[in-house]
Write a protein that binds this ligand. Structure first.
Ligand code: HEM
Length: 499
């Protein structure tokens, strides 16, 4: 008979292993807990579960709440692509309906239903997602790459003269927030406080509620401003969409987009940076090149998907998945981290996944991530631009010393200490570069160069550029040698990078 979730059928304490048993850290029914002692390394735990149960395993969340985790690549895809059997509406989850989830459950921010497209289904999902998709379609990708380059210049200017930096707290935690604030229509609100608030919420620290209130306040103010007067940003597009979103829906979708984009892209950027700095396949690029930045980002999406699991999908009817009997109202964790290393799709984990984009990092089916091109662009252009500024960047510790903050939904690199030869500041308007630097000019000349010093000439700019903060003497980018006519590839690169 196909097994069902033991935790949904019995709470019999007699099924717990006796003291002294190696499985004693397990919960009722001998089930594996995804929290507490024994769950420090969730990646290892998922492999033990795969060994024991196959593609779909019964587990326990905090307070021993029963859940399934989907470990197989095909099974994860089937779940997210079959909306007739599975949905993202937690209101049908049996433990919630039976009152077994305490209001202070640590996963409550993921569990509580909200009127946003992530949790909606059918026509309502189409209405809300339609507005988000239309707003995304209006983002000009060339301007996007230009923003990414300029914010990279600003961030690198803050530490380039020191010769050392932590690329997590000084770069990857900032760049996605700066770019997303620009896209949404909040360029003035991007600052250290905003980054700290977002990190605080994600860490679930004691100040998380205040941080959440701060971010919501800023997004609510933006909604009110744009309701009065539309502009050309994402917020204005949401407001003017024929779906007629209410102010509350607009603010909540701005929050969804900001947080989904920020957390995932910050993780991807940090992981991709770590890979290009430490991986021999990438380092060899300078002498012949085996892996490009684009490939490193894609490899990272396979090996370390920014969301290791997504909480959660729920069964709309009795069904079967990976040989397990799933009851109506059961909850299932969508698990890109485990699905991406399913031995049935990746028998050799060291094999390069070049050209293969069938990983689960962006989900699939009706809820597939609509922002994946933006996430990829921030990571690819950001890494590329940083390497242009600091080509000699090296890890400043042993690789084994790098630590991660792990939660059920993601694995965040805590620090990425690096060293490099000190470099001068550069003009944020110029293309990132590491060539020989022209001697500093007197300030009266600098402002002329700030207007645009890219060899391609001035580009139309949707927003006036703000100065580097704090205002520091700006060194112009190196003056290029007289150029040969550009080949098709260099013209494409110039278009792609936005300078
Ligand atoms: C590398 C970066 C990113 C990764 C790995 C990622 C991954 C994901 C995943 C796994 C989902 C859930 C899919 C599901 O429920 O089955 C999702 C949903 C979503 N993501 Fe992303 N994301 C990234 C960047 C972004 C960006 C940059 C944006 C916005 C500009 C964005 C906006 C969204 C939205 C709005 C949803 C909800 C879609 C829906 O439920 O219909 N994401 N993302």
């Amino acid at each position: 008979m196909t097994p069902e979730h033991p935790g949904t059928t019995t709470d019999d304490p007699a099924l717990a292993p006796p003291p002294g048993c190696p499985a004693h850290d397990r919960g009722p029914g001998g089930l594996t807990r995804l929290y507490g002692p024994g769950a420090e390394n969730l990646g290892d735990l998922y492999e033990e579960l795969r060994e024991e149960h196959g593609a779909v395993a019964p587990v326990l969340l905090h307070d021993d709440v029963p859940m399934w985790i989907v470990l197989g690549h095909a099974e994860n895809l089937h779940m997210v692509r079959t909306p007739t059997e599975y949905c993202r509406d937690s209101r049908i989850w049996t433990p919630l309906r039976e009152g077994r989830i305490k209001p202070d459950h640590p996963l409550m921010p993921h569990i509580a239903w909200e009127p946003i497209c992530s949790y909606a289904e059918g026509e309502e999902h189409q209405r809300l997602r339609g507005a988000v998709m239309r707003a995304m379609s209006t983002i000009d990708h060339r301007s996007l790459r230009r923003y990414i380059n300029r914010y990279t210049q600003r961030l690198v200017n803050r530490f380039c003269e020191k010769g050392h930096a932590d690329l997590v707290s000084q770069f990857s935690d900032h760049l996605p927030m700066a770019v997303m604030c620009e896209i949404l229509g909040l360029p003035e609100e991007y600052n250290d406080r905003m980054v700290q608030a977002a990190r605080d919420m994600l860490k679930g620290t004691e100040t998380a509620i205040a941080s959440h209130a701060y971010v919501m306040e800023k997004l609510g103010e933006l909604t009110a401003r744009r309701r009065k007067e539309l502009d050309e940003d994402f917020a204005s597009q949401l407001i003017s969409h024929p779906a007629g979103l209410t102010d509350d829906e607009v603010t909540k979708h701005l929050w969804l987009v900001l947080m989904a984009a920020y957390e995932a892209t910050a993780n991807l950027l940090a992981n991709a940076l770590r890979m290009v700095i430490t991986d021999d396949r990438f380092y060899a690029r300078l002498n012949g090149g085996q892996m490009t930045v684009m490939e490193a980002v894609e490899q990272s999406l396979w090996d370390e998907p920014p969301f290791s699991t997504v909480f959660a999908y729920y069964a709309k009817q009795d069904t079967e998945l990976g040989g397990k009997r799933i009851r109506r109202g059961d909850g299932l964790l969508f698990a890109p981290a485990a699905g991406n290393i399913d031995p049935r799709v990746r028998p050799d984990l060291s094999a390069n996944m070049k050209g293969n984009r069938s990983h689960l990092a962006f989900g699939g089916g009706p809820h597939e991530c609509p922002g994946q091109d933006i996430g990829r662009a921030i990571a690819e252009v950001g890494v590329d631009a940083l390497l242009m500024r600091l080509p000699d960047v090296q890890l400043d510790c042993e690789e084994e010393e790098l630590g991660y903050r792990e939660s059920i939904s993601s694995r965040h690199l805590i620090e990425l200490p690096v060293r490099f030869d000190p470099k001068p500041q550069q003009d944020v308007m110029a293309a990132p570069s590491h060539g020989s630097v022209a001697p500093p000019r007197p300030p009266w000349q600098v402002s002329d160069i700030m207007a645009d010093s890219s060899p391609a000439g001035p580009l139309p700019d949707p927003e006036p550029e703000r100065p580097v903060e704090p205002r520091l003497p700006v060194v112009p980018a190196p003056v290029a040698e007289p150029e040969r006519p550009l080949g098709a590839w260099r013209r494409f690169l110039r278009w792609w990078r936005g300078y």
